[in-house]
Design a binder for this molecule. Sequence first.
Ligand code: ZN
Length: 203
Amino acid sequence: MSEANCPGCGLATDYCVCRWARPHQTQARLALLLHPNEPARPSNTARLIRQVLPDSSWHLWARKQPPAELLQRLKQPHIQPWLIFPADRPELAERAHPWQPPAAGKTALFILPDGTWKEVRKLLRQSPWLDDIPILAFDPPQRSRYTLRRNPDADHLCTAEVATALLQLTGEPGAANDLDRLLDRFLSHYHAWQHHQPVPDRS
Ligand SMILES: [Zn+2]
């Protein structure tokens, strides 16, 4: 990503979508666990999550050094963590549990790994500190609209879409809708930028 890109949304500054971001406070918290390749990608949608959910946290993953701040948080007794990852293998299926709202005084914390499919799988394999965290069993409803990256997993949802589904699941439709709308705008601006087209309507 070049210096001319907006640090808020990652797009070239002329195509910036930050002004449409509406911040929300939510009960559940999100911890984004980014593969080291991810922050430099202008197609990264975790930036949008940060704008709509300013209380979300951002952790850079490293194989040899688990993110200290996140580990610290996981030790707090009021935190009820969930790992967001498809439980598509038998050993993972055993760890999958349906959503249950946290008990009074507790806070749900969703750990959302971010990267390509391959990177996220690797990240999970190499993070034994995530082994004890239950995987959230949920089926995001829609097929992805996200087509910025050509990869064999074109159907799998981008990070902002997963976050939107989590917000719906936990009873935060306002935040979910705003994040969804921001992603729509991001996708159209990104497309215009990459194809050297004018900025879509500025209304
Ligand atoms: Zn921006």
